[in-house]
Design a protein around this ligand. Sequence first.
Ligand code: DC
Length: 239
Amino acid sequence: MADSRKLIIAIDGPAGAGKSTIASRLARKLGYVNLESGAMYRALALKAIEWDVSFDDEQDLLKLAHEARIQLEPTLTGNRVLLDGKDVSQRVREPDVTEAASRVSVHPLVREWMVARQQEMGTEGGIVMEGRDIGTKVFPNAQVKIFLDADPVVREQRRLAQKKMSNAAAQVSFAELRERDQRDRTRAASPLQPAPDALILDSTRMSEEDVLQRVEEYVSARLDTAGLDVPRLDAAGPT
Ligand code: DC
């Protein structure tokens, strides 16, 4: 049976809003596991690329999902992603997979399969799961839901700061980010949107430390309300 003292924390939001960093730092502080649900869509997209399956063919993608062994291994710096036993953590971050992941994730049957796998990962609680539909679909009963947003220009700047890119490449990358955003927000199945009971945080003018502090305050407040016994947030977490 699930340990009721171990929370499920859902962090949703668009690409580049800072979800991964905040989720992994929060998980570390709480001694929880951080799971990047987007990496699962990325792994399936990679498999579709490798097997030459159309990103528009829902049935074939579902079949591929059933055949795929997708594993997320939380580490201190993010998730290690295994596809059929092979470490694809770097490969799934490349632009072709990023684009493909956004396309395979529009299909309701693919999403249903992913959501079921993600729910299995959360049965014990003690997780921070980030994605687009965690608070709305995967864990609608999560005790803590955070929707992290930021202005698209700022999100793109943050992403660019992590990579070296020519101006021309940066412009293409920005156009692609907007296109993916648009697809994620307007798809019929589980579009990206805040759960009605989520804390909405716009990090456009906030530093990473500010966001983390605000999130920690919110989690503490939720814990007090729920009367749950979990590690204190102000205790030094593992480094
Ligand atoms: O978070 P990410 O950038 O790694 O996600 C990759 C793609 O997967 C993104 O285009 C949206 C999709 N996704 C989704 O539809 N639902 C999720 N819970 C997570 C990601």
